[in-house]
Design a protein around this ligand. Structure first.
Ligand SMILES: Cc1cc2nc3c(=O)[nH]c(=O)nc-3n(C[C@H](O)[C@H](O)[C@H](O)COP(=O)(O)OP(=O)(O)OC[C@H]3O[C@@H](n4cnc5c(N)ncnc54)[C@H](O)[C@@H]3O)c2cc1C
Length: 126
């Protein structure tokens, strides 16, 4: 993980590793019984990356691929089935800061947004 941290920092990507930041990103929106949550939510990420651009997301993924480090992409963690839980000792790529609407096509009713865009922001523009 030291190598991963060095690579991300050298790419000037914000990296978080405090206990509270890790704890926040060790759960999703599930509310299972306590005994189950002890099993489901026991893994803790080693690091959290907070990319600000699409390019930085690419660097996070490429760096993990090069180092063989596990990662998970995290939006708002409003899913409730464990898909966003961190791999133990791996990297959480929190895309919350990579937001914004790229295009709205009123003819085809298609929108293109960045990975961290929230429904509330989109709803305001529609
Ligand atoms: C109470 C409740 C009600 C819900 N109601 C509805 C509903 O009415 N309709 C509905 O459709 N859904 C509903 N959902 C599901 C929820 O809205 C979806 O799971 C939502 O799309 C998750 O978005 P998120 O950004 O929070 O992603 P997360 O929960 O953070 O991640 C979900 C998955 O997507 C991956 N992921 C996240 N962001 C990216 C990205 N930018 N690029 C690639 N992969 C990514 C994660 O790795 C994970 O596997 C509900 C959930 C809850 C808890």
């Amino acid at each position: 993980m030291t190598k991963l941290l060095k690579e991300l920092e050298s790419a000037r990507i914000e990296v978080l590793f405090s206990g509270s930041e890790k704890a926040i990103r060790s759960t999703d929106a599930s509310e299972p019984p306590k005994i189950l949550s002890m099993i489901l939510f026991s893994d803790v990420p080693a690091l959290i990356a907070k990319p600000k651009t699409h390019e930085e997301v690419k660097i996070c993924i490429q760096t993990c691929r090069n180092l063989g480090a596990p990662l998970v992409i995290r939006g708002s963690a409003s899913s409730a089935f464990g898909a966003v839980l961190p791999p133990d000792g791996g990297l959480v790529v929190d895309v919350g800061d990579v937001s914004g609407i790229i295009s709205i096509d009123t003819q085809s009713l298609q929108v293109v947004v960045r990975g961290g865009t929230r429904w509330a922001d989109l709803a305001l523009d529609l």
